[in-house]
Write a new protein. Sequence first.
Length: 406
Amino acid sequence: VLVSTLSYLDVIAIMASSFIVAARRTAFGSFGGTLKNHSPTVLGVHAAKGAIAAAGIDPEIIDSVCVGNVSQTAGDTAYLARHVGLGSGVRQEVPMLTVNRLCGSGFQSIITASQEIACSEATVALTGGAENMSMAPFAARDVRWGKSLGDASLTDTLLETLTDQYVKLPMYTTAENLAKMYDLGNEECDAFAAQSHARWVAAHDAKIFETEIEPIEIKTRKGTKEFAVDESVKPDTTAEALGKLRQRLGKDTVVTPGTSCGITDGAAAVVVASEDALKVHGMTPLARIVAYSVNGVDPTIMGIGPVPSIRGVLAKANLSLDDIDLFEINEAFAPQCMACAKELGIDHSKLNVNGGALALGHPTGASGSRIMGHLAHELNRTGKRFAIGSACIGGGQGVAILIERC
């Protein structure tokens, strides 16, 4: 049969299906906080070991590793996937790949695993993402070959990462552009951000995150303590309090530290397996990966990226917005997420129901893995059927993954 005569659904029926079997993450540490000295590798291994244990499998059966990361902030981060895999007990013969699709890197690790499974190149994959933004170094870019005269300058590599040099815009300016396009004001953006914190608090109080967080033992001067709660959340914040924060681009603009995601450190891991592997190894899946979509958009409004990607997965699966029970769009900025929801017509009661990155932060390479792991757990907790996780991507892209509860 010629592939060109087949629909997307026909092709999916022929290719091997992929399933999320288990997902674990670290709690996310605030900028310069508890995890500031834990490298992406250390964080990634911790999350990976947790996910492997939750899947109830021997790491020996894993035949692919894919880990997302944006910035190589520690000395060994260039080796991230390899070191996470080996550190988690995966066989040294297994291929391991670090991927960088910026804020979509965690999503991409799952997509890459699904593609490998569809092509019969893998059966059980360890995926995930890890980032330590607190470790981002200052770079002396003009000294390697010597300085004949004058001072050497230092460049903030974190600020570089958060600025798109192609269009010469920091990420928050692209969010401000969307606020103007979609007529989003200060009060509604502050209220949306406050709601993210409040929803996280409600979920935390209901112990919802306990199924996904793998606590870390932290050594202190007073002994060892357990780190198991997202650190950047402001439980008592209000829209009024957020409204008093400084506007980044001056009067009559909406982007403030309160309407921007937190700069945080953390890792997340997701075990993905084929249907045959589920049967052979006796694994019980959380969710089936139904479809994924990655798209390009105007870099000056990069935050609108989730719109074509969400429309893409819906079209591939022949579903409508009304069929989807849960959405999580990464909250890079309040106006960015709100613009996507407004353009798509998403009911806010289905969107980021347990809070998002405005509350718990956005360790860039890890967020996609966190979102998909959280949605898989939430579908099972609530008994709902379909969920879509999505994110905008600096430089002008969007990514989305649609899953179905098993």
